[in-house]
Ligand binder design. Structure first.
Ligand SMILES: [Zn+2]
Length: 131
């Protein structure tokens, strides 16, 4: 097959310039990645607590699932959550070894309160008085 020159200036075979098509494809993919990233960042805005510190997508997804499930009525014990002895209105749910989600009971409803690292949690127990 004879090569021909396309309007773009490239030479090649076929109905259209495959080089330009490939470049366009790549640009489209980059744009898609960018949009996906922006959508991902926007998700943090709708989180009831700041989850940006969990810099691992799997962990963030897990934390979101825990929050959504517990808000939807799944028992915190399903996620190995515990009520605090010093304040029964506070529930601590582990996300992983380093982080836990702290929930408050407000008028019988469980609401997520904040994300705490293991260190923070050990220094200041959430909801504990006189400390
Ligand atoms: Zn071309």
């Amino acid at each position: 097959m004879a090569k021909k020159r396309f309007p773009c200036g490239h030479q090649g075979q076929g109905q259209y310039c495959h080089r330009c098509a490939q470049e366009q494809n790549q640009t489209a993919k980059q744009e898609q990645t960018q949009i996906a990233h922006q959508e991902w960042l926007a998700l943090f805005e709708s989180d009831p607590v700041n989850l940006r510190r969990l810099d691992n997508k799997q962990l963030i997804d897990k934390a979101r699932k825990i929050i959504n499930d517990i808000h939807a009525g799944v028992s915190y014990t399903h996620y190995k959550g515990k009520r605090m002895r010093y304040n029964r209105d506070i529930i601590s749910v582990p996300v992983n070894r380093d982080y836990r989600l702290v929930f408050h009971t407000l008028e019988g409803k469980i609401q997520v309160y904040k994300l705490m690292s293991h260190e923070e949690y050990n220094v200041k127990k959430p909801g504990e008085k006189n400390r």
